[in-house]
Design a protein around this ligand. Structure first.
Ligand code: PMP
Ligand code: GLU
Length: 383
């Protein structure tokens, strides 16, 4: 039998998806697992968004749309960028995708040649290096430290730039560390990109989930010509299953991404696109409610984990914490296994995020579940 493609032979399956699936499997088998693996808000999608989906269905919006997305949605996205991020995009600079994941995929496909280096601050979301490698790119990691709250040093980033560097990936607020970059840091990264003629992929998926009291600045604000801005409906409006992402950038890049999407998935789900127009319209009451709940949960989990001897920095955004589990086991994969099998709490080992000695816990679950998880992990004997 001839072999699978070399790209798939080195491709790692997503560990966040894998642990989430394992937790679900255990739950279906009747095991009482607290799942802190999944990176998705536990709230239901707000009713006005569901209403818009029902209306779209009744109105027969059940056919293909332009591959870039329905113009009405791209107009709503352009309006969102203007209102929230002070960015001006024409609708041919916006693509609607099947989740943020496909936006990142299309952008990597459009920009990366074999041998191109892509700088990724670590800890990072597991999908970035895998997508870069799929196109023959070489991920170059710049480590940050828990002691500094995972803040990025521009000097460290600059030291990683070579003649082969093509792009920098910024994720703020970050999955998995929760770090939120200061506006001045993003500006400094953009200056670096300018100096070395680099692309910047800015993943702003968690922009509405911050505890800093303000919306972080968009990287594109400093130079829209160099930035591919990725965002989507999944986290901001609790729409993970609807699979709507969107991306904005220079028209020629979006045109290439349109050709890519036109040859693989065509348009994102039509009904979900119409529903997203309602989401982008006015969901601020939901956003405020979710942010307040996440803040309360963040405080509870950080306090709880530190109290049981698992040092955990306080993140300023997203809904994840990275806990130091070396007290449970020096190896984080073993620690995550012990936590799942003996404490019945599903967590993701830090390995694929490049967070050694740590596991990621998602606190997008109830305060009761957080309390129960901390209690169970705290009761584990050191091995
Ligand atoms: N970016 C980040 C940082 C994420 O955590 C996720 C996780 N879902 C995505 C992008 C992709 O989102 P989606 O579910 O819309 O594909
Ligand atoms: N992004 C979420 C996470 O990190 C969802 C799973 C995934 O898409 O990887 O858990």
């Amino acid at each position: 039998m001839k072999a699978l493609s070399s790209a798939t032979q080195t491709l790692k399956p997503s560990s966040t998806v894998a642990v989430t699936a394992r937790a679900l499997e255990l739950k279906r088998a009747g095991v009482d697992v607290v799942s802190m693996a999944a990176g998705e808000p536990d709230f239901d999608t707000p009713e006005h968004i569901k209403d818009a989906a029902r209306a779209a269905l009744i109105a027969g919006k059940t056919k293909y749309t332009p591959t870039l997305g329905v113009p009405e949605l791209r107009e709503a996205i352009a309006e969102k960028f203007k209102r929230e991020n002070s960015l001006e995009y024409a609708i041919n600079q916006i693509q609607v995708t099947t989740g943020g994941k496909q936006a990142l995929f299309n952008a990597c496909f459009a920009l990366i040649n074999p041998g191109d280096e892509v700088i990724i601050p670590a800890p990072f979301w597991v999908t970035y290096p895998e997508q870069v490698r799929l196109f023959g790119g070489v991920p170059i990691f710049v480590d940050t430290r828990a002691e500094d709250g995972y803040q990025l040093e521009v000097a460290a980033l600059a030291a990683a730039v070579t003649a082969k560097t093509k792009m920098i990936i910024l994720c703020s607020p970050s999955n998995p560390s929760g770090v939120v970059y200061a506006d001045s840091l993003i500006e400094a990264v953009m200056e670096l990109a300018e100096k070395h003629d680099l692309w910047v992929m800015a993943d702003e998926m968690y922009e509405h989930i911050t505890y800093t009291g303000k919306l972080p600045v968009s990287a594109a604000k400093f130079n829209p010509e160099r930035v591919i801005t990725v965002n989507g409906a999944s986290k901001a409006y609790s729409m993970t299953g609807w699979r709507i992402g969107f991306v904005a950038g220079p028209a020629h890049v979006i045109k290439a991404m349109d050709a890519i999407q036109g040859q693989c998935t065509s348009n994102a789900n039509t009904i979900a696109q119409w529903a997203t127009i309602a989401a982008l319209g006015d969901s601020y009451a939901y956003i405020e409610m979710a942010r307040a709940a996440f803040r309360e949960r963040r405080d509870a989990i950080v306090t709880g984990l530190n109290a049981i001897g698992l040092p955990t920095p306080t993140p300023e955004g997203a809904f994840y914490v990275l806990a130091d589990t070396t007290r449970i086991h020096a190896d984080e994969t073993e620690a995550a296994k012990i936590i799942l099998e003996r404490a019945r709490v599903a967590v993701v080992p830090g390995t694929d995020f490049r967070a050694p000695g740590r596991v990621r816990l998602s606190y997008a679950c109830s305060l009761e579940q957080i309390g129960e998880a901390v209690k169970r992990i705290g009761a584990l004997e050191q091995t």
